[in-house]
Design a protein around this ligand. Structure first.
Ligand SMILES: Nc1nc2c(c(=O)[nH]1)N[C@H]1C(S)=C(S)[C@@H](COP(=O)(O)O)O[C@H]1N2
Ligand SMILES: [Mo]
Length: 202
């Protein structure tokens, strides 16, 4: 065999080897993505739960605490005594894009009104770096900033609901916090709501 033919044969051999190792690399990459996705399913939106287990999380009251002048304990009855509003066509959309729930109507009180009742401890008009954490009995939480509630249209869209489609909230009860103008409404839809905490940014 001529030296040039030998050289071409060597190049072909290298090409095949390289292709095989690339394919192997791609395979192992796909496997690791598949494994990653598999591990992600435990992070699914709806974790299957028995009715009895879910009933243990139902909350009958919410406490408003933290950087406030007045700690409050609110239940459905106390919310009904406040200024209430009916929201129409509210859709809960998960971060994944899946529609989880659609309410024709729901009734609630603005979070802003609740915080105005508790009175945030502000020392002056420049003291406005607070964040508000809405927490549920399963420790699911959503966070709002002082500015988005008190100096932004979002403030008119954050509610604590106590009624859905004309009925009290049962399985996800008894109060749910929502933010109507979020792009995906699932993340800041807090059911089993039991605490609203005001924190100051240090
Ligand atoms: N307390 C509590 N609220 C929660 C959750 C949760 O696990 N616990 N899941 C959230 C997620 S990821 C979504 S998409 C919506 C789902 O709403 P649904 O349970 O009404 O379908 O609720 C949100 N609120
Ligand atoms: Mo979700």
């Amino acid at each position: 065999m001529k030296a040039s033919n030998l050289f071409i044969a060597f190049l072909c051999f290298c090409f095949v080897q390289c292709k095989q190792s690339n394919e192997q690399h791609l395979h192992s990459q796909n496997d690791s993505i598949a494994n990653h996705l598999k591990s992600k399913t435990t992070d699914a939106c709806v974790v299957p739960m028995t009715k009895a287990d879910s009933a243990r999380y139902i909350s009958h009251a919410i406490t408003v605490m933290g950087e406030v002048e007045r700690n409050l304990t609110l239940n459905v009855d106390s919310l009904k005594k406040m200024h209430t509003k009916t929201i129409e066509h509210f859709k809960v959309v998960c971060q994944s894009g899946a529609t989880m729930k659609e309410n024709a109507t729901c009734k609630g009180v603005l979070l802003k009104d609740i915080l105005e009742k508790a009175v945030i401890k502000q020392s002056g008009h420049k003291d406005r770096n607070f964040y508000i954490v809405a927490r549920a009995s399963d420790n699911y939480k959503a966070t709002f900033s002082w500015a988005e509630l008190f100096n932004n249209p979002t403030g008119e869209n954050v509610y604590v609901l106590f009624e859905e489609n004309g009925k009290p909230i049962k399985e996800q009860g008894e109060m749910i916090l929502i933010c109507q103008n979020d792009i995906k409404t699932g993340p800041r839809h807090v059911y089993w709501l039991n605490q609203i905490e005001v924190k100051r940014v240090e």
